[in-house]
Design a protein around this ligand. Sequence first.
Ligand code: GDP
Length: 215
Amino acid sequence: MRLEAEFLCSALTIAECPRWKRAEIALAGRSNVGKSSLLNALARRKNLARISKTPGRTRCLNFFTVGDRLALVDLPGYGYAKMARAEAEKIGRLMEQYLRQGHNLKALVLIVDARRGPQQEEFTLARFLQNRLSRVGNDAHLIVVATKCDKLNRAERGPALRRFEKIGAAPIICSATTGEGIDQLRRQILDVVSPHRTDVPSVTGQATTQASDDS
Ligand code: GDP
């Protein structure tokens, strides 16, 4: 299964976002959570996500095309302790606007450190997604990823995963280091535009029943 992503452009405002018919899947996570490593692992490219980290692009929405119908939107990393407050607020506003208004947004991949579990910021992002329906009349799926799972031993996994229960979607357990969960995440992302659809957890945590795809 391939996910061939190519960097297209960066947007510092909603007005700068591309206008197209592609389904968009956004990736969000706090700074240093492993979002770039995950994007590289998904695309099987070493340095694809480096673009999002170049000066000037770290506070942008960075758009990557995948095939003809899909785009990945790398949202700016949040929660960086050394970031100036004004800068953090700008990033927060841009993400909020995108999550509330992005008409093509079909899913949000919320990347969380498996050891830390979801915090206030992640609950807030999930809530923005829930609020979309009334604004754009278009629901978007929440895909939660518990990453860096290689740092958990077997005994730590259960308690760590229980910390995800409140966010309302069972996490995909991933590691960019070992490759665990990457195929599953790639499949869920590609399923958004696939004619063979699968059970995708909605933001409310209830799976939407669809035809399955075992490819
Ligand atoms: P970003 O700021 O969210 O884009 O995070 P990066 O992808 O740059 O990763 C931040 C740090 O975490 C780097 O030192 C990575 O090598 C490390 N890292 C990323 N993913 C994993 C993982 O799955 N397991 C482990 N052990 N380390 C990881």
